[in-house]
Design a binder for this molecule. Structure first.
Ligand code: ADP
Length: 265
């Protein structure tokens, strides 16, 4: 059970009387704390690339000063400036995405979406990253299935899972996207032969900014927001996302979505 949080306040209402006010603040406090933590996290995450950009631009300036610029140093600093800018831009894009999907509002008009189309779009988006690592993305399972929801959000969710599968896998491995259907749900399973996730991290990877391995996530350009976005999208659609993983062997993420609109019962 949740601990009870009650604010009690005595107010002198004059005439020798005191009124006692009591308010349940448990939920309000929790929400306020979560919000404060989030703002602190966002500020910290934004400060890192911004700080790097400041230092790098100063270093670039120094390398250019003095009449005889060191071409190699200039190129190196310029590369890192581009890298940090890209990181900052990704962070802002994902923050906007997160704020869009974590709103309490219900989905904007769920529509029937072709799972084949969603998967095709995801594969298309992941092509550059997978080709760079010589990773083959194999699509398996049922064709012709339909889910109800927002196609753009569903593409984002599946794309995040596939991008992670590619990012956290060694070169030359295989990623599978398997589509299946049960009684009232469609499942999209994204399987990789990558580094895997420690059992103690499994519960936490869906939290905003949580990264099992900060250094590696940074190296792969991760923001720590991808899976939080996936989870919100799954929940918004009346579905869920689950993970199983073995360190050194690979991970399997399963996104389950209702195969009919809620209006149809
Ligand atoms: P990031 O932007 O860091 O990838 P995510 O929210 O997408 O953030 O994922 C959170 C963390 O979960 C990652 O930093 C990584 O440690 C872990 N993770 C996610 N997907 C995988 C995967 N397919 N294989 C191994 N680890 C993963």
């Amino acid at each position: 059970a949740e601990p009870l949080g009650v604010h009690v306040r005595a107010v002198d209402i004059g005439g020798g009387y005191v009124a006692v006010e009591a308010a349940d603040v448990t939920e309000a406090h929790r929400v306020a704390r979560v919000r404060r933590d989030f703002v602190a996290n966002v500020s910290h995450e934004l400060k890192t690339p911004v700080g790097a950009l400041q230092l790098l631009s100063e270093a670039l300036q120094d390398a250019l000063n003095g009449g005889d610029p060191d071409a190699e140093a200039v190129t190196r600093f310029a590369d890192r400036i581009r890298h940090e800018s890209a990181r900052l831009s990704r962070l802002v894009t994902e923050l906007l995405e997160l704020s869009k999907v974590q709103g309490a509002d219900p989905l904007p008009d769920p529509e029937p979406c072709s799972v084949d189309r969603i998967v095709a779009e995801v594969i298309d988006r992941s092509r550059t990253a997978s080709a760079a690592k010589d990773i083959e993305i194999k699509v398996l399972g049922d064709r012709g299935l339909v889910v109800y929801g927002n196609e753009g959000q569903l593409v984002t969710a599946v794309a995040n899972l596939v991008e992670n599968a590619v990012a956290y896998s060694p070169e030359g491995t295989r990623v599978e996207v398997e589509v299946g259907s049960g009684d009232e749900a469609v499942s999209l399973v994204v399987r990789d032969e990558g580094i895997g996730i420690e059992a103690r991290d499994l519960d936490r990877i869906f939290e905003r900014f949580y990264r099992a391995d900060r250094a590696r996530s940074r190296q792969t350009g991760g923001t720590g927001l991808g899976l939080a976005i996936v989870k919100h999208i799954a929940t918004n659609h009346g579905g869920r996302v689950d993970v199983t993983s073995t360190v050194g062997k690979g991970s399997t993420f399963t996104l389950r979505l209702p195969s009919r609109s809620s209006e149809q019962g």
